[in-house]
Ligand binder design. Sequence first.
Ligand SMILES: Cc1ncc(COP(=O)(O)O)c(C=O)c1O
Length: 396
Amino acid sequence: MTVTAHVATYAQLPLRIVGGRDCRLFAADGREYWDFYGGHAVCIAGHSRPEIRDALAAQADALAFYSNVLPLEVRDRAALRLTRFAGAGMQSVFFCNSGAEANENAMKLAIQRTGRTRIAALTGGWHGRTLLALSATTDAKLLAPLAPLLCDCVKVTPNAIDELERIDETVAAVLVEPILSIAGIVELSAEFLKRLRERCTAVGAMLIYDEIQTGMGRLGRPFVAGAHGVHPDMLTSAKGLANGVPAGALFMSAAVAAGVKSGDLGSTFGGGPLACAAILATLEIIERERLCERAARIGESCRERLCVGPVTHVLGRGCLVGLKIPTGARPVQEALLMRGFITGTSADPAVLRLMPPLTLPEAAIDALAAALAALPGENTANVSPPIAAVATRERH
Ligand SMILES: Cc1ncc(COP(=O)(O)O)c(C=O)c1O
């Protein structure tokens, strides 16, 4: 047992990983794993990409840091390339450091702009741990002690069109994940998203897509924004944005950006040169290796091949997949870990989540299908000795 000075806030997988390359992880004991978890949906282009290392080294050599008090070419290039990649009317971007910070700023901007103090979100959504982001998040345990500090949030059930009228003229912004990931890979229908857009426009609320998990190509297109003709007013990104170098981004339409005044938003580290160099290198890989198309194919292969053993349905798309396991996802997660696969659970005890890098080879899906097929379909609890301390909470 290694002694650690870390605060014990994470229930961790019982592994000592010492290295990674693309979709493989290497443990200190010599074992290797297929990474179907992607460092929590972060390592979109695979682990330890030499292109990103080289971009970071070159930038560190030239200028490791300067804040937004100076214009920097690398920041300008990252913003331009990123907004072109995003498309969907997202003409400007504000850089920050994490997903929660991007969501916090999006909601703050909507509150400033509309003069309203309520927000709306979907039941089961996860948006981060800052106070506004937490207000939009569903987690009774986390919310209860902070209740007096949280913003009033109207909750709507995913895909419940008849509940959209709860979003009224008191609501500043509606924050939604286009696929609710932590909730258990809950997809929103095109009809729901269209009606949500219409409702937001009708009552003057801003629509914000939280694409922190669904974006950067993971679902087979740069972002969900623009799909089904639905354009949000703002969009947030983090996780895969710089393939593991901390970075967050708040995209906004021209109309929203036009109203941002000097001093409305700010961050010391946001848009730092190292993060921007990593964003550019990540985009270069995504575009050169056509990772959007690849992600779409991976999703199709998962749907075709992973409905085996204890799995009764395959949910989701691209590289955001849920395996429905009515007998319980956790024992399967444990059994797969013993067999060399890192996967994730969700708030739904019957859904195992896969968020692999978009570079995942077909061989990994074949191997996972074979491992799942070898597990009993009825009851997986006895396939392997339980592993102590397998993560019980995966909300970072
Ligand atoms: C959909 C979604 N939004 C927001 C966040 C918060 O991001 P961060 O942990 O970078 O603050 C997460 C993190 O898991 C997330 O999955």
